[in-house]
Design a protein around this ligand. Structure first.
Ligand SMILES: [Zn+2]
Length: 317
């Protein structure tokens, strides 16, 4: 399995490099070592392989926007780890691999929606882990800088205005005196958002899974959608038919859209403009199917944003 995987990924990478005259840089040493035959396959590397495959297909789907001579980064190289510069730029687009997004407060996010018990119990599975590093972000602009959010922004500590005690981001009320902290959290979250205006230009948040979708995966994906409110895609290698969570995934967009508390979002100057796509049977090596799915599915209607993920549907041979 390792040999075949190595061959498929290496050939795909080299084919794209020679076809478009670009260099694809693999920032993950372990993945590079695996492809170079210096390391054998393990579950962590397999996960990287799957993400890399998805990246290569997304890159190819934007072939008309590729700049010959450019380096395309799948994760940032070690010598550029000081800042959030882990992009691949196209004409009018950019792909960011594992960007640190601003942290958020789960209690505050939940206060913006009326959700069924089923969804809430899903969300609780992965609390208090905050999900703020998606696999990919696609911008509808050539962004070469991203606000350098660090892991620190994931940690929220507030001080109670009444008793001065510390309140962690997980508590709606001060544990010492019971004072409601929602207002304070709202201000803080608002300022986080103001430091990330680029979020408005996110075309897709992409999360991919090398297997089927577990309840934990689904929980993570829903957190991304609820918090960032940007078009989001879940890409995975298994089949939607075989999932226990199939009903939830199929109706997710409608469920969340109807669950939004509009006034809450308006108070924050926010809107829920999320499109949700689920791309299953997206298998490593299945080039034509994967490319077709990306081209067909990750295209946004003009009423959502004025950009298209893919402008050209021509298939090159
Ligand atoms: Zn207090």
């Amino acid at each position: 399995m390792g040999e075949e995987l190595r061959r498929v990924l290496s050939e795909k990478k080299e084919a794209l490099e020679s076809r478009y005259g670009i260099h694809i840089y693999i920032g993950y040493d372990e993945l590079g070592d695996f492809l170079g035959g210096r390391r054998s396959l393990n579950p962590q590397i397999y996960k990287r392989c799957y993400e890399f495959w998805t990246y290569l297909i997304m890159l190819e789907s934007m072939e008309e926007l590729i700049r010959p001579g450019e380096s395309y980064f799948y994760e940032r190289p070690r010598w550029r780890r000081d800042r959030q510069r882990i992009y691949s730029t196209f004409r009018g687009k950019s792909i960011w691999c594992e960007p640190n997004m601003p942290g958020y407060d789960p209690a505050l996010i939940l206060s913006q929606y009326d959700l069924s018990n089923e969804i809430i119990s899903l969300l609780e599975i992965t609390q208090p882990t905050i999900h703020c590093i998606p696999d990919f972000i696609v911008f509808n602009e050539e962004r070469r800088e991203l606000y350098p959010f660090t892991n620190l922004t994931r940690m929220f500590v507030y001080y109670c205005p009444k008793c001065g005690g510390e309140v962690s981001g997980w508590n709606e009320r001060c544990p010492s005196c019971g004072y409601s902290m929602l207002e304070r959290m709202r201000e803080s979250w608002g300022s986080q958002l103001r430091r990330f205006p680029e979020r408005r230009n996110i075309e897709w948040l992409v999360e991919c899974k090398e297997k089927g979708i577990t309840r934990e995966d689904l929980s993570q994906f829903i957190w991304y959608i609820l918090a960032y409110k940007v078009p989001s895609a879940l890409i995975f290698q298994g089949s939607l038919d075989s999932l226990d969570q199939r009903d939830i995934l199929e109706n997710l967009e409608e469920t969340l859209r109807t669950g939004v508390r509009r006034e809450e979002l308006e108070n924050l100057g926010e809107e829920f403009r999320t499109r949700i796509k689920v791309l299953d049977n997206f298998r490593i090596g299945d080039n034509d199917t994967c490319l077709h799915k990306i081209r067909e599915e990750l295209t946004i209607d003009s009423d959502c944003t004025n950009s298209n993920f893919v402008k050209v549907k021509k298939v090159r041979r």
